[in-house]
Design a protein around this ligand. Structure first.
Ligand code: NAD
Length: 462
């Protein structure tokens, strides 16, 4: 096994790693990217963001056909759900996208190695697997991502008790599903199976759903999810789950046990940093297993960098991508930069929930004076055309300067609408700036303009 020399070795081909590898190749580096999976794209493309959105889109069509189309005067014959075809479509789209990353690697001259990568002292990365090799490089970028957190007392049994990867591939809707954790994953995959026929109970440790989301928006979300048929058990800490007589019994502190056909464990993710040979270069992780980084994502070891879910901050694909690009641009002498104040978050439920910047609770805790403008989608003409009138847009702006500090929405296509708010925040816009922009009529985007007007108490359609 001879040594192979590269300028940069990227460990991990998720959105952080593969984007960094392509950008580094564009900048003239000889780049290797190592991933233990045969398919490129990481958790996001293979078993995360993308397949879950495909299932959300498909299950939404099913729900629409049954419940919404008749309101539009469209009647169909008896509906039939072919879950095998739905899953096959998902697998086909995922294959197309992961193959697309391989194609981008070929176009950009990135060398891919299929195998598990471990640091083996300064400047050396050992690859074990189909493409076994010893790689030598002056720079190594760790983009190894994260994996589902486990819950003490709850063991995944490969059947009835599963994590998000398992819940993406079920071939029939469980009659009764318990989701442990009311975070992003719990609410998105819970929505998929609720729409496909499961009775879904979400058990959450906190007294609210979607931790970190602006509380007013989370309250509205919970109200709408309940209306869709979700049951919630809040303030409930799961202490164990066992398969008994063909069903799962979930035990909670101080409450009667719950029974279900399947359980989805969605209690967060942890960095995948424990088997990377970090000790061979003297890099230590923090208590949560994250790799501390300094300027330009450099770790404490010379030539070793880290980004994405392996380092502190939000565990989001687009945050990892921005960090990957900034990191390799800085390596090649450019000014790589990530604006952490303007990273959006989206929950792809129905309606979607999207946010950028500070929440009302954070501003209050900081003692910051702010003004708030709210506009409801029920007063937006396009939302009425669509028949999707639930939700609101909320803008928080500095009381003295009017600079936008946070934008929070729940409503139709909020995940797309948030892009304008990201631009506004990143460019330091005031609410008046947004209020004076001409927004096409009739569009959902007018709700953002009206919320901006509402900051100054002058929304037109409120
Ligand atoms: P999360 O941190 O969003 O939510 C986990 C929830 O589980 C929390 O509300 C927590 O209080 C609860 N919990 C923990 N222990 C519990 C217990 N013993 N009993 C009951 N409840 C318990 O985590 P997630 O939903 O698993 O998502 C993981 C990561 O993936 C997140 O960082 C998220 O940002 C990311 N993600 C993002 C998207 C997206 O952007 N749309 C989608 C999916 C996942």
């Amino acid at each position: 096994m001879g040594d192979r020399t590269h300028d940069l070795v990227v460990i991990g081909a998720g959105p952080g790693g593969y984007v960094a590898a392509i950008r580094a190749a564009q900048l003239g580096m000889n780049v290797a990217c190592v991933d233990r999976e045969a398919a490129l794209g990481g958790t996001c493309l293979r078993v995360g963001c993308v397949p879950s959105k495909i299932l959300l889109d498909s299950s939404e069509r099913w729900h629409e056909a049954a419940h919404e189309l008749p309101k539009h005067g469209v009647t169909t014959g008896a509906l039939k759900l072919d879950l095998a075809a739905l899953q096959a479509r998902k697998d086909g789209i995922v294959r197309g996208l992961t193959d697309g990353v391989a194609q981008l690697f070929r176009q950009n001259g990135v060398t891919r190695y299929h195998g598990a990568a471990r640091l083996d002292g300064p400047g050396r990365v050992m690859v074990e697997g189909p493409d076994a090799a010893m790689l030598v490089a002056s720079r190594v970028l760790i983009a190894a991502g994260s994996r589902a957190a486990s819950l003490p007392g709850v063991e995944l049994d490969g059947d009835r008790i599963g994590d998000s990867t398992a819940a993406l591939s079920w071939t029939e809707a469980p009659g009764r599903l318990i989701v442990i954790g009311a975070g992003y994953i719990g609410m998105e995959l819970g929505s998929v199976w609720l729409r496909l026929g499961s009775k879904v109970t979400v058990v959450e440790y906190l007294d609210r759903i979607l931790p970190g989301t602006d509380a007013e928006i989370a309250r509205e979300a919970q109200k709408l999810f309940k209306r869709q048929g979700f049951s919630f058990k809040l303030d409930a800490r799961v202490e164990g789950a066992l398969v008994e007589g063909g069903e799962v019994v979930v035990r909670m502190a101080g409450a009667e046990p719950l029974r279900a056909d399947r359980v989805l464990v969605a209690v967060g993710r942890v960095p995948a940093t424990d088997d990377l040979g970090l000790e061979t270069v003297g890099v230590r992780t923090d208590a949560q297993g994250r790799i501390p980084v300094g300027a330009d994502f450099a770790t404490s070891a010379a030539g070793v960098f880290a980004i994405g879910d392996c380092i502190p901050g939000a565990m989001l694909a687009h945050k990892a991508e921005e960090e990957g690009v900034a990191c390799v641009e800085a390596m090649s002498g450019r000014a790589g930069h990530v604006n952490y104040d303007a990273i959006p978050g989206v929950v792809y439920t129905q309606p979607e929930i999207a946010a950028v910047g500070r929440t009302e609770e954070e501003l209050t805790a900081d003692g910051r004076d702010f003004r708030k403008g709210v506009f409801h989608f029920r007063a937006n003409s396009r939302a009425r055309c669509l028949g999707q009138i639930d939700g609101r847009v909320k803008i928080l702006a500095d009381a003295a300067t009017d600079r936008i500090l946070g934008v929070h929405m729940i409503g139709p296509r909020a995940g797309d609408l948030i892009a304008e708010a990201v631009a506004a925040l990143a460019f330091g816009a005031s609410s008046e700036d947004v209020a004076r922009l001409c927004h096409a009529h009739p569009t959902l985007s007018e709700a953002l303009k009206e919320a901006a007007l509402a900051v100054d108490g002058r929304a037109i359609h409120a």
